[in-house]
Design a protein around this ligand. Structure first.
Ligand code: GLA
Ligand code: ZN
Length: 697
């Protein structure tokens, strides 16, 4: 793995956050204090201008950038670099007054009133034009400033628009996609059902409330279109920036598992991927470790969009947020644990929303490094300062990347299609949770896992897990087959390969495409259990390992796994079942004794089919078995701990986290403890929320 430094100007890991001086222009004393305190907290970057349009252009055509230049100068001369946002996250009042088409129309067909943010019609030519004007002026004013090290496009893209402009664009998009052949669309969407054939693309409406919702292909294509249109808009901004400043990297901030946009499509247009992380820490429904593991999954998802470089944690809350249902404070010590987890997962920045709390409006109680209290000896400030000191010591870690041997497949298309399908249990589909669970169990085995698309290149992985891959994109069956043939270990579950990319069911047995041949099974029926129903899978001895003399601490005798929610009835009487090894059978119901989990040797690898939703222990054992077959070292991590590693050119940094209040000991740790400055050879002890970064070279 090559070293890939994002910001050579920054020593250590970048430490910064959103800074809104435009809210304080009448308080030069506060602005001066900001600089002093940023330096004290070890802040080396500030994200400026996320919502500054009305400060730049208070009335149409009148521009004010002097204040901005002054701030960037001031920051720069104090060693603080600028991440320069484009101001299109929110529109000034004059713009909506004069160009109402910029305001979105909702699912009911109602146009929004002026206000709030992130609610523009992405198709509107007037809006795009006004953005071009302000962007060109902004670039002219600050584009060549040496303090600017990145462009941040708009803010947290999201939402949909149902205005006439967007409907027309949708129709054109469909015409292009289906080769201007309406019959092709009718066939792909199975519109003969309920007499829903279209005569012309102009008849097609998006799924308005009170309109068409019964065509799965239409619903899915509307989501794809929304991603396409948002990306098209974003490209409009990027092209203006790249024309003027081609060497400055661009990014836009994603929101973890955001449902509305396929982030991978947007990511292709960006130089660096970043995201805003606001987990519900200390909630009353899961352990801290559960919350942290979910955040690790999110980090992995974002990281895996550009595997050869670090990602950025663009926003996080130093203390609390104000928009969760309950806005609990981060407990002492959590800030460091949470931030270093992001670094462990491959982030080269820790950035906040926000530097200083604003006095009024919607986010006046949102956490910030600086409170209304205005002091630098608050608990939060001191924790940020302590972290700043740690980040400055991680210069050598900068530019290292995570080299995962395992991957979990998660596709947005698949998520939308599963959610929309009429069938199964409406409240128990849990696609995302199922992907997270697979990731978690690999984490419990001490394995770093990427979260990738089914269409990504699989060749670098030893183990690929494809949970509930209901929809198969073209070529995926072939890619899975090649992967296994060449020695890969593949695990798929119930609900694999039911439909093609237009949501049409495969004929002649699920999983479709060529996957029956690969897995050697056909799913004849899927049983949806009521939430309180349970069944079991009985695994034969040896199912949890390759060889009986395996000495790892997993149980390799026969064992039972609990089944809930879904159980497929599998047929193994097809020609391709030859050589199939049944690992587990159902314990009860009319399908008692029939295969539930099976593995087939194919080429140099193995394809394992898990036909039921089993408990996490069983998943871990199956993954352990497949990792053994692949020769990938793994170990059962002590409860509530995480291990991640980053590397480049033969150097390797191991990160150990204790996601609990209890002291834990992890054995087999070797290397130099960078933060505590000593060599360790054996057991590592981590106190409450402890973190160790080990130079493992
Ligand atoms: C998002 C936005 C920020 C701010 C924070 C609050 O991430 O990008 O502008 O509103 O949420 O948590
Ligand atoms: Zn629109």
């Amino acid at each position: 793995m090559n070293r890939n430094i994002l910001f050579p100007q920054i020593k250590g890991i970048m430490h910064g956050g959103d800074y809104n001086p435009e809210q304080w222009l009448d308080r030069p004393d506060i602005l001066a204090e900001d600089i002093r305190l940023m330096k004290k907290a070890g802040i080396n970057s500030a994200t400026l201008g996320v919502f500054s349009w009305s400060a730049y252009e208070p009335v149409e055509g009148e521009f004010h950038f002097d204040w901005l230049v002054k701030i960037i100068d001031e920051l720069y001369s104090n060693g603080i670099y600028t991440v320069m946002a484009t101001p299109s996250g929110a529109r000034p009042a004059w713009l909506d007054e004069k160009y109402p088409e910029a305001m979105r129309v909702d699912k009911r067909g109602l146009r929004a009133h002026h206000g709030v943010r992130h609610n523009h019609c992405m198709s509107s030519p007037a809006y795009r034009e006004k953005v071009s004007v302000i962007l060109n002026r902004l670039i002219e004013a600050v584009g060549s400033h040496p303090g600017i090290i990145m462009w941040h496009i708009s803010n947290e893209f999201g939402g949909e628009c149902y205005c006439p402009l967007c409907v027309k664009r949708f129709q054109n998009y469909l015409a292009d996609k289906f080769d201007h052949d309406i019959d092709k669309l009718n066939k792909s969407w199975w519109t003969a059902f309920w007499s829903h054939n279209y005569n012309d693309f102009s008849q097609i409406e998006p799924p308005f409330e009170g309109g068409e919702y019964s065509i799965m292909g239409l619903n899915l294509e509307w989501k794809r279109f929304t991603t396409w249109n948002m990306t098209d808009y974003m490209k409009h901004e990027i092209s203006i920036i790249k024309k003027a400043t081609p060497d400055i990297p661009v990014t836009t901030n994603f929101m973890q598992m955001y449902y509305g946009l396929d982030y991978r499509v947007l990511a292709k247009e960006l130089d660096v991927v970043c995201w805003d992380s606001y987990p519900r820490l200390h909630n009353d429904y899961e352990t801290l470790a559960d919350t942290m593991e979910l955040t690790a999954f999110d980090n992995a998802l974002l990281r895996s969009m550009k595997k050869d470089k670090p990602f950025m944690l663009m926003e996080s809350a130093p203390g609390l947020v104000n928009w969760h249902q309950f806005n609990k404070l981060k407990r002492p010590g959590i800030h460091k644990l949470f931030s270093l987890q992001a670094v462990a997962c491959g982030s080269d920045t820790v950035q906040y929303f926000q530097w200083r709390k604003g006095r009024g409006s919607y986010e006046q109680y949102h956490g910030a490094v600086l409170d209304h209290l205005g002091r630098d000896d608050t608990r939060i400030f001191k924790e940020v300062e302590e972290l700043g000191e740690i980040l400055s010591q991680l210069d050598e870690v900068q530019g290292s990347v995570v080299n995962s041997k395992a991957a979990v497949i998660f596709d947005w298309d698949n998520w939308w299609a599963i959610d929309d399908m009429m069938g199964l249990g409406q409240s128990t589909k849990k696609y995302v949770e199922t992907c997270v669970e697979a990731y978690r169990e690999l984490l419990h085995l001490g394995i770093d896992t990427d979260v990738i698309s089914s269409t990504d290149d699989l060749s670098g992985y030893s183990l690929v897990v494809a949970p509930m891959l209901y929809m198969l994109q073209p070529g995926v069956g072939k890619s899975f087959t090649e992967f296994v043939k060449n020695g890969g270990q593949l695990a798929a579950t119930y609900l694999t390969g039911y439909v093609d990319d237009n949501t049409l069911c495969f004929l002649n047995g699920f999983p479709g495409d060529v996957l029956k041949e690969l897995f050697g099974i056909v799913s004849e029926e899927i049983d949806t259990l009521y939430p309180s129903d349970r069944n079991k899978v009985i695994f034969a001895a040896g199912s949890g390992s390759v060889s009986d003399d395996d000495t790892r601490d997993e149980d390799h005798g026969s064992f039972c796994a609990e089944v809930r929610d879904y159980a497929e009835v599998l047929r193994t009487d097809i020609a391709d079942s030859c050589g199939l090894k049944v690992l587990g059978t159902y314990e009860s119901d009319y399908y008692a004794g029939t295969p539930a989990v099976a593995v087939k040797n194919y080429g140099k690898g193995n394809a394992c089919y898990i036909g039921a939703r089993t408990d996490s222990d069983a998943l871990r054992k199956i993954f352990g078995m497949l990792l053994d077959k692949a020769g990938v070292l793994h170990r059962k991590m002590p409860k509530n701990t995480e291990y991640h590693s980053r590397e480049y050119n033969g150097r390797k940094f191991g990160f150990f986290l204790n996601n609990s209040e209890e002291t834990v000991t992890i054995s087999g740790v070797r290397g130099y403890d960078i933060l505590n400055k000593f060599t360790i050879d054996g057991s590592l002890t981590l106190g409450k929320y402890g973190v160790a970064i080990i130079d493992e070279q």
